[in-house]
Every structure is written in C-alpha cells, then in structure tokens.
Design a protein around this ligand. Structure first.
Ligand SMILES: [Fe+2]
Ligand SMILES: [Fe+2]
Length: 211
C-alpha cells in the first residue's frame, strides 16, 4: 500500500489547485466515506493518493486525459508493489471514473463512488471558493464575468467570452450536489453548496454596489 509520504513527491510539480493538500483532503474524506459505505479501504486509499498524478494544470492540453495518465501510473506503482491484477483494476476504475467532465466511465463500484464524492466535495464550500478563484487566476481568467445568454442556455461560450470562476460555478459547481452518490457526501454537500452559492451572490452584489 503506498503511503502518504511516498505519494507526496508525485505531486511536487502540481499546480496550486491540485497540489498535495488537495490529495490529503480527498484521502481523508474518501476514507471517511469508505468507512460509512463499507467500501474496501485499501482500494479507496490507493486511488485517492494516485488519482491526480496525471497533468492537472489549468489550460494544459493533457489535463483532459489526466485520469487516464493517473490510472496508468497507478498500475505501474501498484504492480511494482505486487498487487493482484484485479485489485489494481479496481483502483484504476476509481481513478478513471473520478472526472466530472468525462462521463464515459461512471463510478460503478462503492470504492469509485467514494473517490468521486470526496474529490467533488473539495470544489464546494469555503475550500471550493478558494480553489475556484485560484483556478481562474492560474488559467488567466477573471473571478467574475457576466455570462452570455448562450452560455446560460447551453454551457457554450460566445467567441471571446471568458471562462470566469462564476462560469465554472454555473457550468459545474452548482450541479455537484445532485451528482454525488453516497449519503454522507450528499449531507455534507448541502451546506457546502449553500456556502459557495452565497459567495457568488455576495460577489455580484458587491460588484454592482448593492451590498
Ligand atoms: Fe482530477
Ligand atoms: Fe482531484
């Protein structure tokens, strides 16, 4: 079983939004969910430690396939540790199924659901606000830009329209609470969802001088 200290250097070159502190939070939350769900702790822990080892940098072309790269790396690491093939496959499934923007392989096992939910809780609440703002900044995008009617309707941006942190909230973050699988995560998400929602309400009120 890879240890937290063994995993730390895997993230040495990661961007600030997917640095090791994110992995540590996902690891702790995934473990909590796994205990509540009766999921296999060793598989969940290994998947949490390995899930973002692919290229996650905002704007990087390889970001779209970071879950595949991380699953390949997981096979290498766990193979070297002598894990049985079926347990390696179980970890790889968790990792490939963790990406919100890719629904080709949805979480099919209890372990994959725990990793998915733990990873997604980290985009909500106070930590979610901090990460959404940091992500926009890293990607060279503003914290707020008024979304076009087209974006509001279809999620498709007009030519030249920025993808602000608020765009990301509308495109993904506001939908997360309804996409979670485990009861514990759904309960935690309710409060975190309300918090990040209120942040964007307050932000817009400040920008218009209303508050
Ligand atoms: Fe990821
Ligand atoms: Fe992640």
């Amino acid at each position: 079983m890879p240890t937290i200290e063994q995993a730390r250097p895997w993230y040495a070159g990661s961007d600030a939004v997917h640095a090791f502190d994110h992995v540590e939070r996902v690891y702790a939350m995934a473990e909590r969910l796994a205990r509540a769900e009766g999921a296999d702790l060793e598989i969940v822990r290994a998947a949490a430690l390995l899930h973002d080892t692919g290229e996650t940098t905002p704007g990087a072309e390889e970001r779209a396939s970071h879950h595949f790269a991380a699953a390949d790396f997981a096979a290498q690491v766990l193979g070297e540790e002598g894990w049985p093939v079926e347990r390696i496959a179980a970890v790889q499934h968790c990792i490939r199924a963790h990406r919100f923007r890719d629904d080709r392989e949805p979480p099919a096992t209890s372990e994959a659901k725990c990793l998915f939910d733990a990873d997604k809780l980290d985009v909500l609440g106070a930590i979610g606000v901090a990460r959404a703002v940091a992500y926009a900044t890293l990607a060279g995008q503003p914290v707020f830009a008024r979304p076009s009617a087209r974006f509001l309707q279809s999620g498709e941006k007009e030519p030249g329209e920025p993808h602000s942190a608020y765009h990301e909230y509308l495109f993904k973050l506001c939908k997360i609470k309804d996409r979670l699988f485990t009861p514990t995560a759904r309960t935690l998400a309710a409060e975190r969802d309300a918090y990040i929602k209120e942040y964007f309400v307050q932000l817009q009120a400040e920008l218009t001088g209303e508050r």
